[in-house]
Design a protein around this ligand. Structure first.
Ligand SMILES: [Ca+2]
Ligand SMILES: [Ca+2]
Length: 305
């Protein structure tokens, strides 16, 4: 089935949108791989708080960190704009090179979304576990508390491989050779579950992330950023899944925190089974709650589209 069929069966009166494509005004990307250093101006809500018992010494990057981030998506359903939130937990290995650049190796551990008009949109663990590990860099203007942290633009692809991950037009034909069965269920792309098994949809997705924040302590960095999500529906089983909605990412709402998790520098040690590795299972056991996820607020979706 093409991406254009089966539109708006469930939600009457909704103008069919060719594809679920989230869009918003994207800030000017940095020149080259090394973004200009700026403060955490992109995240007006850059106040994510979590338990942190570490001191105010300089930050030592090398080691294992937990990253939490929260991103918002607005969904237009029957002319009403609704906000959904996505809470993500990841294990990030940080390594500093002699020039001071911080290399990140990022592995997703859990991705949870709030329901949309009461319908749960589940990201199955089989999808999360098979998202490729990705690398990106950040720079710090210094190691002291209060110093600025900024990452390059980083692209996360689900179920598709692109020569230019950031700029290539996303394919829409499930037979396109760039689309692959990431979650190994025999179907192209990744399979998402809506409404606790009510229906499924096979999609590919491109997530664009850039983070800017501040060193809060020797074991914690937090701030805001922007994200852009583009999702192509390859096939939908029925019902709600085959409805197409206009979605977008509201600006200046994304938040993140990176918390050292390997017990060094006074940090918390999430290696609870003491095998020397902080696993995704151990990160999921810690959860998002310590980062105080905010509640959905539909007022945030009444503005820019
Ligand atoms: Ca698949
Ligand atoms: Ca462990």
């Amino acid at each position: 089935m093409s991406a254009k069929r089966g539109l708006a069966r469930l939600v009457g009166g909704l103008s069919p949108i060719l594809l679920i494509v989230a869009s918003c005004s994207v800030p000017t990307p940095p020149d080259g791989d090394y973004p200009p250093l700026q403060g955490a101006d992109a995240g007006s809500d850059a106040d994510a708080a979590a338990a942190d018992t570490s001191g105010g010494g300089p930050l030592v990057a090398d080691g294992t960190w937990l990253m939490w981030h929260e991103t918002a998506t607005c969904v237009e359903v029957m002319s009403v704009n609704i906000e959904a939130l996505t809470e993500t937990l990841a294990v990030v290995q940080l390594q500093r090179d002699p020039g001071g650049v911080i290399h990140h190796t990022y592995r997703n551990c859990s991705i949870e979304q709030t329901p949309i008009v009461g319908v749960a949109t589940k990201i199955p663990q089989a999808v999360v576990d098979t998202i490729p590990v990705r690398d990106y860099i950040a720079i710090l203007d210094a190691d002291a508390v209060g110093s600025a942290y900024a990452t390059q633009v980083s692209i996360e692809l689900w179920g598709v491989k692109l020569a230019d991950p950031e700029l290539d037009v996303m394919p829409t034909d499930p037979a396109d050779p760039r689309i692959y069965d990431q979650d190994n269920d025999g179907k192209p792309g990744v399979t998402l579950d809506l409404g606790n098994g009510q229906c499924t949809m096979e999609v590919i997705q491109r997530g664009t992330f850039q983070w800017k924040g501040t060193i809060e302590s020797s074991t914690r960095i937090s701030g805001g950023g922007y994200n852009l999500t583009q999702q192509i529906v390859l096939h939908a089983s029925s019902g709600f899944c085959s409805s197409q909605f206009h979605t977008w990412n509201p600006p200046n709402t994304a938040r993140f925190a990176i918390m050292r998790a390997d017990g060094k520098s006074g940090a918390i040690n999430l290696d609870t089974n003491q095998d020397g590795v902080v696993s995704c299972e151990e990160v999921r056991a810690y959860g998002s709650a310590p980062f105080e996820p905010r509640k959905v607020d539909n007022k945030r979706c009444q503005g820019d589209q």
